[in-house]
Design a protein around this ligand. Structure first.
Ligand code: ZN
Length: 252
């Protein structure tokens, strides 16, 4: 009888171990301090937003301003990387990021973190982001009406078909990332916004301006939002951000 109890206890322990929940996924957020003030304001608010979401949705967030943390050993501890207001400049940091993404890591990039121009030499990233380069921005920063391209995506779940996105500096891209075969656009600027800006304008000439998209070969989302202190002023848009992070972490 005693032996039986011991065996039962062992079984119970084994069962308990098998049922133990997986550790919460970890997110590493990169940002820079020596950037445009409006990009720093966004980063500060985004860090707070992510920390609050992590508490509610059971994941962990750590942040760093050291882009040398973009290395294989460090990244092996994380399921997802966020670039809030900058991008890596050193070849070894870029190589570590490529490997992380090619091996199933997740990435959320905001606003200037995907800024590329004709002189940008990181070809892998150009293709990753949809092969376009920065076209033009609106200035000053302004709100814009956005349309949801794919209402069936878990990333746009719960969003209306269109909504006013708070003040932001918006970028157009040439050519439109929509033309790249692996890019799936989730939100696009409504053409009723044109001309958008005063000193610098996005106009009819810029045509199709996607603002949130994913490359279907990767677990990644780029969103154009990320300028100034109004980005988190819309509960609708906040829902989008929440959906994005949960989808990247395989939680929705
Ligand atoms: Zn900006």
């Amino acid at each position: 009888m005693k032996k039986l109890s011991a065996a039962a206890l062992c079984l119970a322990l084994l069962f308990t171990r098998a049922q133990a929940p997986a550790p919460p996924p970890k997110v590493l957020v990169f940002f820079s301090l020596n950037v445009e003030n409006d990009h720093m304001l966004f980063a500060t608010q985004a860090l707070r937003f992510l920390a609050e979401q992590a508490d509610r949705k059971n994941f962990r967030v750590e942040a760093t301003t050291d882009w040398n943390d973009l290395n294989e050993q460090k990244l092996s501890q994380y399921q997802m990387v966020v670039w809030l207001n900058d991008f890596p400049s050193k070849p070894e940091q870029r190589a570590a990021f490529e490997k992380f993404m090619e091996n199933g890591g997740a990435w959320l990039g905001c606003h200037v973190s995907a800024y590329t121009d004709k002189n940008f030499k990181w070809t892998w990233f150009r293709n990753f982001i949809g092969a376009g380069v920065f076209g033009i921005n609106n200035w000053p920063p302004l709100p814009a009406k956005l349309n949801v391209d794919d209402p069936s995506s878990p990333i746009t779940k719960g969003l209306p078909t269109s909504f006013m996105s708070p003040t932001n500096e918006w970028y157009s891209w040439r050519p439109s990332p929509r033309l790249a075969p692996d890019i799936h656009v989730l939100l696009t600027m409504d053409k009723s916004n044109y001309p958008l800006g005063i000193k610098s304008m996005i106009t009819d000439k810029d045509g199709d301006v996607p603002v949130v998209w994913t490359n279907t070969k990767y677990r990644m989302i780029y969103m154009n939002m990320g300028h100034g202190d109004k980005v988190f002023a819309s509960p609708i848009q906040n829902r989008l951000f929440e959906n994005e992070v949960l989808w990247l972490l395989h939680k929705n």
